[in-house]
Write a protein of this length. Structure first.
Length: 235
Protein backbone atom coordinates (compact mmCIF):
# COMPACT_ATOMS: atom_id res chain seq x y z
CA UNK A 1 0.00 0.00 0.00
CA UNK A 2 2.85 2.41 0.84
CA UNK A 3 4.48 1.75 -2.55
CA UNK A 4 1.18 2.44 -4.32
CA UNK A 5 0.63 5.71 -2.46
CA UNK A 6 4.20 6.76 -3.27
CA UNK A 7 3.34 6.38 -6.96
CA UNK A 8 -0.10 7.96 -6.52
CA UNK A 9 1.40 11.09 -4.91
CA UNK A 10 4.50 11.28 -7.11
CA UNK A 11 5.72 14.51 -8.74
CA UNK A 12 4.58 13.34 -12.17
CA UNK A 13 1.03 12.81 -10.93
CA UNK A 14 1.06 16.25 -9.31
CA UNK A 15 2.28 17.85 -12.55
CA UNK A 16 -0.52 16.25 -14.58
CA UNK A 17 -3.11 17.15 -11.95
CA UNK A 18 -1.92 20.77 -11.86
CA UNK A 19 -2.24 21.07 -15.65
CA UNK A 20 -5.76 19.63 -15.66
CA UNK A 21 -7.02 21.74 -12.75
CA UNK A 22 -5.33 24.80 -14.23
CA UNK A 23 -7.32 24.27 -17.43
CA UNK A 24 -10.55 23.94 -15.44
CA UNK A 25 -9.85 27.19 -13.57
CA UNK A 26 -9.02 28.96 -16.85
CA UNK A 27 -12.30 27.79 -18.40
CA UNK A 28 -14.28 28.93 -15.36
CA UNK A 29 -12.75 32.42 -15.44
CA UNK A 30 -13.26 32.65 -19.21
CA UNK A 31 -16.92 31.62 -18.97
CA UNK A 32 -17.55 34.26 -16.29
CA UNK A 33 -15.91 36.91 -18.49
CA UNK A 34 -17.97 35.90 -21.53
CA UNK A 35 -21.16 35.86 -19.46
CA UNK A 36 -20.38 39.34 -18.12
CA UNK A 37 -19.93 40.68 -21.64
CA UNK A 38 -23.12 39.02 -22.86
CA UNK A 39 -25.05 40.53 -19.94
CA UNK A 40 -24.91 43.94 -21.62
CA UNK A 41 -26.69 42.58 -24.70
CA UNK A 42 -29.59 41.22 -22.61
CA UNK A 43 -29.97 44.38 -20.55
CA UNK A 44 -28.51 43.20 -17.23
CA UNK A 45 -26.92 45.76 -14.95
CA UNK A 46 -23.54 45.27 -13.30
CA UNK A 47 -25.29 44.89 -9.96
CA UNK A 48 -27.42 42.05 -11.33
CA UNK A 49 -24.33 40.36 -12.76
CA UNK A 50 -22.52 40.57 -9.42
CA UNK A 51 -25.60 39.19 -7.69
CA UNK A 52 -25.77 36.28 -10.16
CA UNK A 53 -22.08 35.43 -9.67
CA UNK A 54 -22.47 35.61 -5.89
CA UNK A 55 -25.58 33.41 -5.97
CA UNK A 56 -23.82 30.86 -8.17
CA UNK A 57 -20.79 30.76 -5.87
CA UNK A 58 -22.96 30.21 -2.80
CA UNK A 59 -25.07 27.60 -4.58
CA UNK A 60 -21.91 25.64 -5.42
CA UNK A 61 -20.95 25.27 -1.75
CA UNK A 62 -23.69 22.76 -0.88
CA UNK A 63 -22.98 20.17 -3.61
CA UNK A 64 -19.24 20.70 -3.11
CA UNK A 65 -19.47 19.58 0.51
CA UNK A 66 -21.04 16.29 -0.55
CA UNK A 67 -18.29 15.78 -3.14
CA UNK A 68 -15.55 16.73 -0.66
CA UNK A 69 -16.74 14.14 1.87
CA UNK A 70 -16.46 11.32 -0.66
CA UNK A 71 -13.21 12.75 -2.06
CA UNK A 72 -11.57 12.51 1.36
CA UNK A 73 -12.24 8.77 1.41
CA UNK A 74 -10.88 8.41 -2.15
CA UNK A 75 -7.62 10.19 -1.27
CA UNK A 76 -6.71 7.38 1.12
CA UNK A 77 -6.83 4.84 -1.74
CA UNK A 78 -5.86 6.62 -4.98
CA UNK A 79 -3.92 9.63 -3.69
CA UNK A 80 -4.40 13.39 -3.86
CA UNK A 81 -3.52 14.13 -7.53
CA UNK A 82 -5.79 11.52 -9.15
CA UNK A 83 -8.66 12.40 -6.82
CA UNK A 84 -8.23 16.08 -7.70
CA UNK A 85 -8.19 15.29 -11.43
CA UNK A 86 -11.31 13.14 -11.36
CA UNK A 87 -13.39 15.26 -8.96
CA UNK A 88 -12.19 18.51 -10.51
CA UNK A 89 -13.17 17.51 -14.06
CA UNK A 90 -16.19 15.23 -13.66
CA UNK A 91 -17.40 16.14 -10.17
CA UNK A 92 -19.30 12.89 -9.63
CA UNK A 93 -17.76 11.46 -6.48
CA UNK A 94 -20.05 8.38 -6.29
CA UNK A 95 -19.24 7.41 -9.89
CA UNK A 96 -15.50 7.79 -9.31
CA UNK A 97 -15.70 5.68 -6.13
CA UNK A 98 -17.63 2.97 -7.95
CA UNK A 99 -15.20 3.04 -10.88
CA UNK A 100 -12.17 2.67 -8.59
CA UNK A 101 -13.75 -0.25 -6.75
CA UNK A 102 -14.77 -2.05 -9.95
CA UNK A 103 -11.31 -1.55 -11.48
CA UNK A 104 -9.62 -2.99 -8.39
CA UNK A 105 -11.98 -5.98 -8.30
CA UNK A 106 -11.47 -6.64 -12.02
CA UNK A 107 -7.71 -6.70 -11.36
CA UNK A 108 -8.17 -9.37 -8.69
CA UNK A 109 -7.73 -7.10 -5.67
CA UNK A 110 -9.75 -4.91 -3.33
CA UNK A 111 -9.44 -1.13 -3.17
CA UNK A 112 -6.75 -0.48 -0.55
CA UNK A 113 -6.78 -4.12 0.54
CA UNK A 114 -5.12 -7.38 -0.34
CA UNK A 115 -3.39 -7.44 -3.73
CA UNK A 116 -3.54 -3.67 -4.15
CA UNK A 117 -0.29 -2.88 -5.98
CA UNK A 118 1.04 -0.54 -8.69
CA UNK A 119 -0.55 -2.60 -11.48
CA UNK A 120 -3.97 -2.34 -9.84
CA UNK A 121 -3.53 1.41 -9.31
CA UNK A 122 -2.59 1.80 -12.99
CA UNK A 123 -5.74 -0.10 -13.97
CA UNK A 124 -7.80 2.26 -11.79
CA UNK A 125 -6.27 5.29 -13.51
CA UNK A 126 -7.14 3.89 -16.94
CA UNK A 127 -10.70 2.97 -15.94
CA UNK A 128 -11.46 6.35 -14.35
CA UNK A 129 -9.95 8.37 -17.21
CA UNK A 130 -11.51 6.31 -20.01
CA UNK A 131 -14.84 6.20 -18.17
CA UNK A 132 -14.84 9.95 -17.70
CA UNK A 133 -13.89 10.48 -21.33
CA UNK A 134 -17.25 9.08 -22.42
CA UNK A 135 -19.12 11.87 -20.62
CA UNK A 136 -16.99 14.56 -22.22
CA UNK A 137 -17.16 13.09 -25.75
CA UNK A 138 -20.92 12.67 -25.50
CA UNK A 139 -21.26 16.31 -24.46
CA UNK A 140 -19.13 17.51 -27.38
CA UNK A 141 -20.78 15.32 -30.03
CA UNK A 142 -24.44 15.30 -29.00
CA UNK A 143 -25.22 18.45 -26.98
CA UNK A 144 -26.42 20.33 -30.07
CA UNK A 145 -28.56 17.41 -31.25
CA UNK A 146 -30.06 16.92 -27.79
CA UNK A 147 -30.88 20.63 -27.69
CA UNK A 148 -32.83 20.28 -30.93
CA UNK A 149 -34.69 17.24 -29.59
CA UNK A 150 -35.54 19.11 -26.40
CA UNK A 151 -36.81 22.07 -28.43
CA UNK A 152 -39.09 19.81 -30.50
CA UNK A 153 -40.41 18.00 -27.42
CA UNK A 154 -41.10 21.17 -25.42
CA UNK A 155 -43.05 22.71 -28.31
CA UNK A 156 -45.84 20.23 -27.69
CA UNK A 157 -48.55 20.90 -25.15
CA UNK A 158 -47.21 18.67 -22.38
CA UNK A 159 -43.61 18.61 -23.64
CA UNK A 160 -42.14 20.56 -20.72
CA UNK A 161 -43.85 18.22 -18.27
CA UNK A 162 -42.52 15.17 -20.11
CA UNK A 163 -38.97 16.51 -20.01
CA UNK A 164 -39.28 16.96 -16.26
CA UNK A 165 -40.54 13.41 -15.87
CA UNK A 166 -37.70 11.99 -17.99
CA UNK A 167 -35.06 13.93 -16.07
CA UNK A 168 -36.48 12.86 -12.70
CA UNK A 169 -36.75 9.23 -13.80
CA UNK A 170 -33.13 9.24 -14.99
CA UNK A 171 -31.88 10.59 -11.65
CA UNK A 172 -33.96 8.09 -9.66
CA UNK A 173 -32.69 5.23 -11.82
CA UNK A 174 -29.03 6.29 -11.48
CA UNK A 175 -29.09 6.73 -7.70
CA UNK A 176 -31.41 3.75 -7.24
CA UNK A 177 -28.87 1.55 -9.00
CA UNK A 178 -26.13 2.67 -6.61
CA UNK A 179 -28.32 2.33 -3.52
CA UNK A 180 -29.66 -1.12 -4.38
CA UNK A 181 -26.16 -2.61 -4.27
CA UNK A 182 -25.61 -1.16 -0.77
CA UNK A 183 -29.00 -2.29 0.52
CA UNK A 184 -28.12 -5.92 -0.24
CA UNK A 185 -25.24 -5.74 2.27
CA UNK A 186 -27.51 -5.81 5.33
CA UNK A 187 -29.75 -3.87 7.69
CA UNK A 188 -27.25 -1.15 8.64
CA UNK A 189 -26.90 0.28 5.10
CA UNK A 190 -30.69 0.24 4.72
CA UNK A 191 -31.11 2.28 7.91
CA UNK A 192 -28.45 4.78 6.77
CA UNK A 193 -30.16 5.13 3.38
CA UNK A 194 -33.51 5.75 5.08
CA UNK A 195 -31.89 8.38 7.31
CA UNK A 196 -30.33 10.09 4.28
CA UNK A 197 -33.59 10.01 2.32
CA UNK A 198 -35.55 11.30 5.32
CA UNK A 199 -33.10 14.16 5.82
CA UNK A 200 -33.35 15.10 2.15
CA UNK A 201 -37.17 15.09 2.19
CA UNK A 202 -37.37 17.15 5.40
CA UNK A 203 -34.78 19.64 4.13
CA UNK A 204 -36.57 20.12 0.81
CA UNK A 205 -39.95 20.49 2.54
CA UNK A 206 -38.57 23.16 4.87
CA UNK A 207 -36.90 25.03 2.00
CA UNK A 208 -40.17 25.07 0.04
CA UNK A 209 -42.30 26.02 3.02
CA UNK A 210 -40.13 28.92 4.20
CA UNK A 211 -38.75 29.81 0.73
CA UNK A 212 -35.13 29.15 1.74
CA UNK A 213 -33.20 28.80 -1.50
CA UNK A 214 -29.87 28.31 0.31
CA UNK A 215 -31.27 25.35 2.26
CA UNK A 216 -32.23 23.64 -0.99
CA UNK A 217 -28.63 23.91 -2.21
CA UNK A 218 -27.26 22.52 1.05
CA UNK A 219 -29.74 19.62 1.12
CA UNK A 220 -27.37 17.02 -0.33
CA UNK A 221 -24.52 18.02 1.98
CA UNK A 222 -26.78 17.88 5.05
CA UNK A 223 -28.17 14.52 3.94
CA UNK A 224 -24.72 12.96 3.66
CA UNK A 225 -23.37 14.43 6.91
CA UNK A 226 -26.44 13.46 8.97
CA UNK A 227 -26.58 9.94 7.52
CA UNK A 228 -22.84 9.46 8.21
CA UNK A 229 -23.28 10.63 11.80
CA UNK A 230 -26.36 8.45 12.16
CA UNK A 231 -24.50 5.39 10.87
CA UNK A 232 -21.44 6.02 13.06
CA UNK A 233 -23.05 7.00 16.38
CA UNK A 234 -26.40 5.17 16.30
CA UNK A 235 -25.86 1.87 14.46
Amino acid sequence: MDIVMELANSKVMWMVASLVIGLVIFQSIKFIQLASRASEDVGMSKKEVRSAVKTGAIAAIGPSIAIAIVAISLIAFIGNPLTMIRIGVIGSAPIESLGASLAAEASGASLGGEGYDKAVFTAIVWVLCLGGMGWLLFTVLFTKSLGKIQEKVTKKGNGQRLMGIFATAAMIAAFGNLLSAEMLKGLAPIIVIIAAAGTMVITMKLSDKYNLAWLREWALGFSIIISLCFGYFVI
